[in-house]
Unconditional design. Sequence first.
Length: 452
Amino acid sequence: MTVLTVALVLVAAAVGVLRWRRPAWYWLTFGVTLAVVRVLVRYGSVMDACGLTVPPARWRLALARATNRPIPGPRAPRILRLRPTRTGLVLRLKLRPGQDAFDIAAASDRLRHSFSMYGVTSRELRSGVVEVRMTGYDVLKRVQMPAKTDTRPMRVPVALRQDGSVHYRDYRAIPHALTLGATESGKSVYQRNLVAGLAPMDVALVGIDCKQGVELFPLARRFSALADNPDTAADVLDALVIRMERIYQVIRAQQRIAADVPDAEIAADIWDLSADLRPTPVVVLVDEVAELALYANKEQEKRRDRIITALVRLAQLGRAAGIYLEICGQRFGSELGKGITMLRAQLTGRTAHRVNDETSANMAFGDIAPDAVLAAIQIPAEMRGLAIAGDSSGGWHRIRAPHTSLRQAVNICNGHADRTPNLPELAPFRPVFSASAAAPMSLAKAAPSATV
């Protein structure tokens, strides 16, 4: 008996240490089983206590009275499926008549305490069916991306959401995006994950980094064009506008709008073209947009207007031509001058890391998801990389990108340097490397290539 007691104590101690030091391992070994049992045993009483039950149907009451049986109790939503995951549980519920998906969402915090889970979120799958995702531990404290992700062309897994699911940057669904964040908030790490995810894909990367290129130039072997000052940035953006106009001419020539052509084959953007005619999509990464919008004299003001006009044109018209904008900055408000508000309205995706004031959070979410503003200003300074991601639908999520060092991102970009396309319009701005690794990079005038 003594040996058994000692063994149980050691096992309990090991479980406690595992839960404290390695919560993911604890969840996969012990936590998931305990959570499933807890949910199934407590389900009825918890739903009743949270006000998520409805009275029995009248025909059930009449049948009970006619047969002299006990009156049936209140009915909770029916469990359609209970699925364990690597981070928690996924519960699919069928709502009873009179219930609404908002009822489940409003009771999520009470469900979290009742089932002893770390977090609970819900979303409506279809009419009458709600999916409740429960996380067993803080998945954002130490981000571990799953080994397998649902990668597709122009769809990059960049972060992990608070509910344990993967956050994707899907350029075909959300062409343009804005990323805000104060200094040391994790904005650069998010950008590195984005570049590292795009590096293995058939896509051209264009970087504009007016901090003398300290952020993007180490990744230059995977970039088709780079600019490290506002003057070069203006020329790069003008070249992209010219490329966009040429691609529209290709689409017009291949639209196939004759009466005998099925509607599904009519081309309206580059993704409707055949693979041999489809131009290479381009992702434009702007590291600090304020450096492009600030000016000190009349000459710089003309350059600034030229840059903002080109960005607005690309944001309004670039999607069909396969040109996507990824704009980063510390602030993005009307104080940057005319045209900024128009540009922000075209940036559907919004991501805000830790900001220094509520006004900066309002710049990201004030016009699309006011509830996310409070969440953005509550991000603690010690949680670098934690961010709020939303879009024009009004929905938002708390996310955190896995830490990727600059060396790791450089190795990935160098490993896929052979995928860097040569675009004729951007050939003058492609980085040219000398034979010596110690020699600095430079932007040289290169001969245009025939690649589209």
